[in-house]
Write a protein that binds this ligand. Sequence first.
Ligand SMILES: [Mn+2]
Length: 331
Amino acid sequence: MPIDWSPLAAILEKHERFLVTTHVRPDGDALGSEVGMAGLLRAKGKDVRVVNSSRTPPRYDFLDEDGTLFRHFGGDVQASDLADREVLVILDLSAWSQLGDMVDFVRSFPGPRVVIDHHVSQDDLGATFLKDVTAEATGTLVARAARALQVPITPSMANGLLTAIAMDTGWFRHPNTRPSTLREVADLVESGAEIHLIYQRIFERNTLGRLRLMGEMLAGLRTALEGRVSYATITREDLSRNGAIPQDTEDLVDYTVSVEGVEVGLLFIEQARGGVKVSLRSRNGLDVARVAAVFGGGGHKAAAGATLPEPLESAVAAVLAAVRQALETSV
Ligand SMILES: [Mn+2]
């Protein structure tokens, strides 16, 4: 499904001041795609600001080495600071619910909005959608946009885009890793991406807090539905007791689905503002995005998420019931 990039080219002809943003709790694809997009726009001579509704998780601070790229909406940037922005570029999301504290700002943004994304679920964001749901990562799409617009990929853009693709493919382990993924990655390495350093920076800088939290989470893993489901919970108290921060929970859900015989893995995380976030992973072909949608969430077939407004115990019961129903009706 190749994207026609001419709407983006037309916007670049007409406008100078761009604002780039992404989803709440940004991951490697979100932040890496922003690095690539900022590089693309700057190569075209544009004035670019990158402002997110969440702070940058420490594991990704290497993407912004001098600390000048990623800004925090409501923190070091206020809505009034962004009044001069002409175009809003939204990366790696297609749903209002993913905009966090920036949702009102985005709703009232007067200029053109462009969404570059690969998620299936989609709200009408009043935007030009440049979307390919078959792409493994938004980073892939930004790399394609750079080529379509004849922008050379610099080493810093390549590091961002490789991070994006690597993280959304589980470092090339998930089924969305295809020959074209590896060709793209080869091109990015040729453009200067330092694949070994990126790995070290993301995976070999665990804090003691994250490792202790992980140990507790693993010790508390439970199975349900005759061993077809494995799940774990992380409370606010678990975080503080172990000296961990919310970002330390990224990827921990992958352990839940690594248990032999398990088809669906779930990780429930109590949120600071109340409610529970559940991450869902599937490895038997069950579409967990549809399970997440029951609770107003979304994502991909094999990896999805949702936030439930209720306490932990009832959130676990509700999601397990929905997974049971999905498993029973899917075969
Ligand atoms: Mn993504």
